[in-house]
Design a protein around this ligand. Structure first.
Ligand SMILES: N[C@@H](CCC(=O)N[C@@H](CS)C(=O)NCC(=O)O)C(=O)O
Length: 219
């Protein structure tokens, strides 16, 4: 099989999604760290342009091919290695799984991305406290909706869909990590917090934790 190599940053939540997906599939992969802050950000280096002209991680190299966009990568993994599935069994539940995933990946995460926060600081001098408040605001708004979509839905189980982890969990857990980092009170979202705990009890999620990455700073 062609080798898999993930261009990743330990604290990137989009890369974290893909690490979970790779682990759930039981696939072996190398990590190529891309430091998003050092020297102005290695994602902006000329040497990274070929990997991703968008100057974002993750990128999954599969053989000679560079795969971009975490959600498209997760779907690629699911098509190439169908077991265990990252999307639910029925079209209706797959639609819901994608909707949950995109509620995080399209509607929360991009607003809080590093380059957005750097732009606020560089162009408008927005102080750190206000940038942090911005991050919390969009996470809280997104999580309130996500909680409502989980709560009482017949497809919600131990995980976002049923009793095995799926793509929605791959998206949710990294976003909760970010939420905690920015001081969001997770007690307001009991279903999300419960599912996060169920996920983190699994070795595939634990291995994907930012702190367990080779490029994480050592204490
Ligand atoms: N839609 C992209 C988003 C990727 C993304 O935003 N990655 C962030 C890290 S989580 C990044 O590389 N940021 C670098 C920057 O903002 O300069 C995906 O899902 O892969």
């Amino acid at each position: 099989m062609d080798k898999l190599c993930l261009f990743s940053y330990w604290r990137s939540s989009a890369a974290y999604r893909v690490r979970i997906g790779l682990n759930l599939k039981g696939l072996a992969y190398d990590i190529m760290p891309v430091h998003l802050l050092r020297d102005g950000g290695e994602q902006h280096a000329e040497s990274f342009r070929e990997a991703n002209p968008q100057r974002l991680v993750p990128v999954l190299q599969h053989g000679q091919r560079m795969l971009r966009q975490s959600m498209a990568i997760l779907e690629y993994l699911d098509e190439m290695w169908p077991e265990p599935p990252l999307l639910p069994a029925t079209a209706r539940d797959r639609q819901r799984g994608r909707a949950l995933s995109q509620a995080i990946a399209c509607d929360v995460h991009p607003l809080n991305n590093l380059r957005v926060l750097q732009y606020f600081e560089r162009e408008w001098g927005v102080p750190q406290a206000e940038r942090d408040e911005w991050v919390r605001h969009w996470i809280e708004e997104g999580f309130a909706a996500f909680e409502a979509m989980l709560d009482g839905h017949p497809s919600t189980g131990r995980f976002c869909d049923g009793d095995t982890p799926t793509m929605a969990d791959c998206c949710l857990v990294p976003q909760v990590y970010n939420a905690r980092r920015f001081g969001v009170d997770m007690a307001k979202y009991p279903a999300i917090a419960r599912i996060e705990q169920a996920c983190l009890a699994l070795p595939e999620f634990e291995a994907a934790l930012p702190e367990n990455q080779p490029d994480a700073p050592r204490p």
